[in-house]
Design a protein around this ligand. Structure first.
Ligand code: ZN
Ligand code: ZN
Length: 373
């Protein structure tokens, strides 16, 4: 299901206004995810030149038709073809030259050194100066529109159902890899187009590694198992983690489960419009510190979700450079505890911040507790 034309028109208008505010004649969008956000087309190649008056999408023959079809529904969007045998840089320079673009913003986070050299050479010939930008379109993407929220709500509900059906499968004797296959089969069955990332199943001591890859290790009684999985629906990623106690786990490790659940709730309670990400992160950290586990929490509290599985806002101690949390932001809340040689716990849910507070997208906390214990 592609985004509706009115949603795309709003995004394009915001990008054009942003270009004007930044005092750029144009912005060159080269990140494929940003291009998808603006046009609705998922392509591995293509660029968009955003000016105050309109957008020129530059594409080669592999994606030309998709972009032309998408542009048909949108005002002020035209598509220019890269001739066979010609470079993107050369075609962009021709468009830039014909539109008297003197200052061209580039996405500094998404250009290779080789492409930058090519663009510099061609832009100089067209009398145009390149200006580095960072997070230009990503900052718009951080605030979800109503259509995006409807997709993320639907995806979150389906992911909670996947959790309910696969967590009982986490049992003694199964290998981590068997569990990950079952998760991916369940994602497929729930209608997700693909997993959002390689499913993490980390049993026993492997749980101490936050991004462990599933192995042939067999799950044993008395172990904690961290299962982190996500799905993509209509391009939008959701992400969830549960930690399952298989049989009777040592008392010390049971304490981790309670502490991490408490930290997650503290972070969710702290989230609201106007609050800085570091404050949400700090709430989770303080809860773990009360249990003597501050040192065991080795990553940020969460990350934004959308067309990318990790995007803005980043909920961490250093996540404040984009400003406070705003209504329409969707992010994960996923504190964890990791103890080398012993294991780990992580609990992750997805939330949306609204004008009136915070809404969970991946199920109620009572469900979470039932699956953990
Ligand atoms: Zn995750
Ligand atoms: Zn995550």
């Amino acid at each position: 299901m592609p985004p509706p034309p009115d949603a795309l028109a709003t995004r394009l208008a915001a990008a054009r206004n942003g270009t004007r505010t930044a005092e750029l004649d144009a912005l060159l969008v080269t990140n494929p995810v940003n291009l998808r956000y603006l046009t609705g087309v998922a392509a591995s190649a293509g660029m968009a030149l955003v000016t105050a008056d309109g957008v020129v999408v530059v594409a080669d023959q592999r994606y030309l038709r998709q972009f032309e079809e998408a542009a048909g529904d949108l005002v002020q969007v035209v598509v220019a073809a890269v001739p066979v045998g010609q470079s993107y840089e050369h075609t962009i320079a021709a468009v830039v030259g014909s539109r008297q673009v003197r200052t061209l913003g580039i996405e500094a986070d998404h250009l290779t050194v080789a492409r930058l050299a090519g663009l510099r050479r061609e832009a100089a010939l067209a009398g145009c100066e390149l200006c580095e930008t960072s997070g230009f379109i990503e900052r718009f993407r951080a605030i979800k529109d109503p259509w995006e929220l409807s997709r993320l709500r639907e995806a979150g509900g389906r992911l909670a159902e996947v959790a309910a059906c696969i967590l009982p499968e986490v049992s003694e004797g199964r290998t981590e890899r068997e569990v990950s296959w079952k998760v991916e089969l369940a994602l497929h069955g729930a209608g997700f187009e693909r997993p959002a990332f390689e499913t993490i199943v980390a049993s026993g001591p492997n749980g101490a590694r936050p991004h462990h890859r599933a192995t042939d290790r067999r799950i044993a009684a008395g172990e904690l198992v961290v299962v982190d999985f996500g799905g993509v629906l209509d391009g939008y990623a959701v992400d969830m983690t549960r930690t399952v106690a298989v049989g009777r786990v040592p008392a010390g490790q049971r304490v981790w489960l309670g502490a991490v659940a408490e930290a997650q709730q503290a972070a969710i309670d702290a989230a609201a419009p106007g609050v800085l990400p570091s404050v949400i992160d700090g709430a989770a950290r303080a809860a773990l510190a009360r249990h003597g586990l501050a040192e065991a929490f080795v990553h940020g509290t969460g990350h934004g979700l959308g067309l990318d599985v990790h995007e803005r806002p980043m909920i961490g101690p250093r996540g404040d450079h984009d400003g406070p949390i705003a209504p329409g932001m969707v992010f994960t809340v996923e504190p964890g505890v990791y103890v080398a040689g012993q294991g780990g716990v992580r609990i992750e849910d997805d939330v949306v911040v609204t004008t009136s507070g915070v809404e969970r997208l991946t199920g109620a906390p009572s469900d979470a507790e039932a699956h953990e214990l």
